[in-house]
Structure formats: C-alpha cells, structure tokens
Design a binder for this molecule. Structure first.
Ligand code: PMP
Length: 414
C-alpha cells in the first residue's frame, strides 16, 4: 500500500490540457487557439532568425566554459542587459533612467523564466514582508493563483475586465482597491498585453494606479511576459514599469521578466526577477540580493545558462539587436494582421454581436466573448480549441484557417 494513496486528484492545467486534447484530435480541419505560443503563417513554431544567428556565434566560439555553472545570481552581463531592457537605458529622450544611483535601486537575479520570477518574488515577499494579501486581477494568467497559493499568501481579486465595454475595468479596480487594499498588500499588474483579455490600462489610468499604490502603501508586482511582442516596440511595452520607476515619492516594486515569447525561447526558461527599492543603500541591496540567492540556492542552485547566453549574445551586439527588432516586428505584425482578418471575416458574415474589441485588444490573446457552452460547441462541432473563458491565441490563426474559424464562430453564436 503506497503512502501516496491519500493524495487527492489535482485539476489539470487548462492551457496544457486543451493543447493535449488538440493533439489527440484526428480531424484534418482542427485549429489550435489554446496555447500561448507563436506560430508562423504555416502554423509552425518559429525559431527566431536572430536566435539562430546567435546560436551559430556561440557554436563557433566553442567556449570551454559553456557548460560550467553560472553564479547563484546568474549571468551578470545577461542581467545588466535584461535590466536595461526593462528600465530603459536606451530611452531616447530625457528619461535616461538607468544611470548612476538609479541603477542601484534595482536588484536583479536570473530566474527559471517568467514563472520562476513570479514564484521567487512571491516567496521573497511572503517570507520577508508578510503581506496581508495579494490582489490578483480577475481574470488573469491562471498560474498567478497557483504561485501565490504555494507561497501561502491570502489571495483576493480585483475586477479587471468590464464585459459590457470589453475593456479594462478601471472604475472597478480603483473602487475595490481604494476601499479594501491595505498597506503592504501586493498587487499583480500585467505590464502590457494582459493575459487573457488583451485589454490594458491607458497611460492616464496607469498614472492613477501608481498614485493609488503610493497612497495605500501597496507593493506593485509587474508581470512582464510580452515586452516587444505586444506592440513590436520595446519602449512602449515597458511604459507602465518605467512610469512606476520614475514616481515620486519612490515606489518599491517587483518585475518578473520573461524571454519566452519575445525571443521564442519557451523551453529554455530564460528570465529575471528585478526588485526595485525606494532608496539606494548598498547594505540593503546586498542583503536583498543575498536573500534572493539563498532562496534560489535552496531550490535549484541557479538558473539554466543555455537560453540566457543566446539572449546575452543578442542584446550585447548592435547588429544582432537590430535583427531582433525585425523579428519582433514580424511576429507582432502577423498577429495584428490576423486580428484584422478575423474581424473582417466576422463583419463580412454579419455575425451576431460586436467584434471591434478584437482590433482594440493587444498582444497574443483576445477574449472573444463566447460563453463556455459556445466554447464547448465550437470544439465538438468544428474541432477548434480555445480556453473555456473564450480566450483565443491569435497566433494560431493563419490565411488557411481564419475563414473557417470565423464561420465556426458565426455558427455557434447563432
Ligand atoms: N506571465 C504571463 C502573464 C504569461 O502569459 C506567461 C506565459 N504564458 C508567463 C508569465 C510565464 O511564462 P514563462 O514561464 O514561459 O516565462
């Protein structure tokens, strides 16, 4: 008799379960709009051209250290470049943020991609700040709930999405947090391209949210999984974080940075956690870094190096970096074109309902607005796979299937 027989069943992770069901489906017309990964116009994965170029460089260099351990903090040059990317060393106007003492406000550590950064940040705060609760947007990337549940922090939600206007519920968010959030509560914010809704706050709304965080003494926790992937523009996609960084009096906050989507390095697990402090104090920063390293050492010693070397090679080379910008444009523009194609087709078919939110929402996902029953119907009748919330990954659309998808949506909403 096993000592594990008393374990209860665990519900499957939805995006991976939907993906599994899609793979099992034998219908030739099946379409996968479930999982959040980039696909080409032929429906295939796309190793970025710049990643292939960097891999060649690394292969030719035959560095004897290439399979050695990183430090517990990670690859420091990778971290320096990753920090600049988020906080903007290259900002073209007067906001040269990351020089002098500003840089010293940020303590960074390499992580097992964005998930690992979220997890490490949660662990840091849970153990050392003991927040009363974490405010999670409703809806959100489902793993936020798992991560904060495992960190043992009470979870509350704020109403993120207004179903009627199909946009960010600014009033609901402000009302809820003003009324109920307390000092040192954490608030999860998607820096850009909110998953699953594709609906983001405007710059004016971000300004109000930063004021609210200051007034209430909240700890913002930015999840940055789509920088450059959302708009094709790295500066624009990091605007919210850079605004919070500039705020006076200074805010303290975390940023969980992922390179899965913007470099197409999903399985390589490349990311970083940045913790921004309000004052610059060498001892505090050292102790903070020490605490993070201690947590990492006890979990997995250090992050993997394969993917971060690719990212470091690209970000450290002007020519490769320009190539990367082109690749980001290719991905974000294809997604934009597919938004337009789906919208045009639904309009052409005079499909019941309003669809302009498809064009307004940004990033990889759109919240289509189908009910769970309609989602199940489109799966069983038409072999089209999406999350039960009606979230679709636009990237699963292409010239060969977009008409079919639109006709199928048209069928299930009638
Ligand atoms: N946060 C959000 C909002 C995401 O959508 C994702 C990817 N689906 C992640 C974090 C983390 O992804 P990864 O661990 O691959 O970096």
């Amino acid at each position: 008799n096993s000592r594990f027989t008393s374990l209860p069943p665990t519900p499957p992770d939805e995006p991976f379960a939907v993906n599994g069901a899609y793979i099992e489906d034998k219908d030739p017309q099946k379409v996968n709009l479930g999982i959040g990964v980039y696909r080409t116009a032929d429906g295939l994965p796309w190793p970025l051209r710049v990643v292939e170029a960097a891999e060649e460089h690394l292969h030719e260099a035959k560095n004897v250290h290439r399979h050695e351990y990183l430090t517990i903090q990670g690859d420091r040059e990778f971290l320096r470049l990753a920090t600049d990317l988020v906080f903007g060393a290259e900002a073209k106007n007067s906001t040269q943020l990351m020089t002098g003492p500003d840089r010293d406000r940020v303590v960074s550590i390499q992580t097992v991609s964005g998930t690992g950064a979220n997890r490490l940040g949660a662990e840091l705060l849970a153990r050392n700040i003991q927040p009363g609760c974490v405010w999670i947007p409703d809806p959100t990337w489902a793993n936020h709930h798992t991560i904060w549940e495992l960190a043992g922090v009470q979870r509350k939600t704020y109403p993120y999405y207004n179903n009627a206007s199909k946009s960010f519920d600014f009033e609901g968010t402000v009302r809820t947090l003003s009324k109920s959030a307390k000092k040192n509560d954490v608030i999860i914010l998607h820096a850009c391209a909110h998953n699953p809704t594709g609906a983001d706050p405007t710059q004016e709304q971000w300004k109000v949210l930063s004021e609210l965080c200051k007034e209430k003494g909240l700890i913002p926790f930015f999840d940055l999984a789509y920088q450059g992937f959302a708009s094709g523009n790295l500066e624009q996609d990091a605007w919210s974080i850079r605004h919070f960084f500039r705020c006076e009096p200074k805010l303290e906050f975390c940023v969980a940075q992922s390179f899965s989507k913007n470099f197409g390095l999903y399985g390589q697990r490349v990311g970083a956690l940045h913790v921004v402090t309000s004052t610059v104090n060498h001892q505090t920063s050292q102790n903070l870094l020490g605490t993070l390293c201690h947590l990492v050492r006890g979990e997995y010693s250090m992050a993997p190096r394969g993917g971060s070397e690719i990212v470091r090679t690209v970000l450290g080379d002007k020519g490769l970096k320009n190539k990367w910008f082109d690749d980001l444009m290719t991905m974000s523009q294809r997604i934009q074109q597919m938004r337009q194609a789906l919208y045009d087709e639904l309009i052409r078919l005079k499909t019941l309902g309003k669809w302009d939110h498809i064009l307004k929402q940004i990033g990889m996902f759109t919240y289509l607005g189908l009910s769970e029953t309609q989602v199940m119907k489109i799966r069983s009748r038409h072999h089209i796979y999406m999350l039960k919330s009606g979230r679709i990954s636009i990237s699963g659309l292409n010239e060969s299937n977009v008409k079919y998808v639109a006709q199928s949506i048209d069928d299930v909403v009638r």
